[in-house]
Design a protein around this ligand. Structure first.
Ligand code: SAH
Length: 215
């Protein structure tokens, strides 16, 4: 039997997002329309709208929908921004950000995943304002800086200096920081030259690799 994806998607948005406090209408709307199942490998597709991480191959996983929504909401995007998505993975998070900002650069270190993300975005028609690049996102992507929003979907031992440098003013950076196994999700907000930082929640992400990640 073919699953009723739109209905599963509506339930996910209601039960996992709205009920848990995601209130940014643009985020809710983006996740209501984006076919998440198109970003999940065939053998895990039945898990597309479950409240958990799902394997996307190469030892990596797509975050649970709530985490994608929370991180997107924390960026406080209005539609005019350039955003950097570090850890592109399947391309799903980038697709969500693409609905919320003017332009998204999504950087992925594993070449095969970067290719897949590009294909997923193209097939779903959601790649128009999303550029997928292959590289070490722990160094940011200076070519398109400054970024009004930076979202990091892999756990860093510390906040990578280049990401702070590539933040705009105003700008917001959302990143999990901590050990390899447990982290806190931090928001760093820059406004008028002043940087403020706060911890939003505890979380568990796959490790950030690269120069400013885990070796
Ligand atoms: N946001 C993704 C899932 C992220 S999983 C989605 O929606 O599917 C984390 C991803 O970060 C993995 O694909 C991993 O390969 C990538 N990654 C880890 N270190 C990285 C680095 N230094 N630069 C870019 N990508 C990195």
């Amino acid at each position: 039997m073919i699953p009723d994806w739109p209905s599963e998607r509506r339930h996910m948005v209601e039960r996992q997002l709205r009920k848990r406090g995601i209130h940014d209408q643009r985020v809710l709307q983006a996740m209501l329309v984006i076919p998440r199942e198109e970003f999940i490998p065939h053998d895990h597709r039945v898990c597309s709208y479950q409240d958990e991480q799902v394997q996307i191959g190469y030892g990596q996983s797509i975050s649970q929908p709530y985490m994608t929504a929370l991180m997107a909401e924390l960026l406080e995007l209005t539609g005019s921004e350039t955003v950097l998505d570090v850890g592109g993975g399947s391309g799903y998070h980038a697709a969500v950000l693409g609905q919320l900002a003017a332009r998204v650069i999504s950087i992925e270190i594993i070449p095969a995943l970067a290719r897949q993300a590009g294909q997923n975005l193209l097939r779903t028609g959601l790649g128009g304002n999303v550029k997928v690049v292959r590289g070490d996102g722990s160094q940011g992507w200076p070519e398109a800086a400054p970024y009004a929003g930076i979202s990091v979907a892999a756990a860093a031992p510390d906040i990578p200096e280049p990401l702070l440098e590539q933040m705009g003013d105003p700008g917001r950076l959302v990143i999990p920081v901590g050990s390899r196994y447990d982290q806190e999700l931090r928001v760093i907000a820059k406004a008028n030259g002043v940087i403020r930082e706060r911890v939003v929640t505890f979380c568990r992400f796959v490790p950030l690799r690269g120069d400013n990640g885990w070796q």
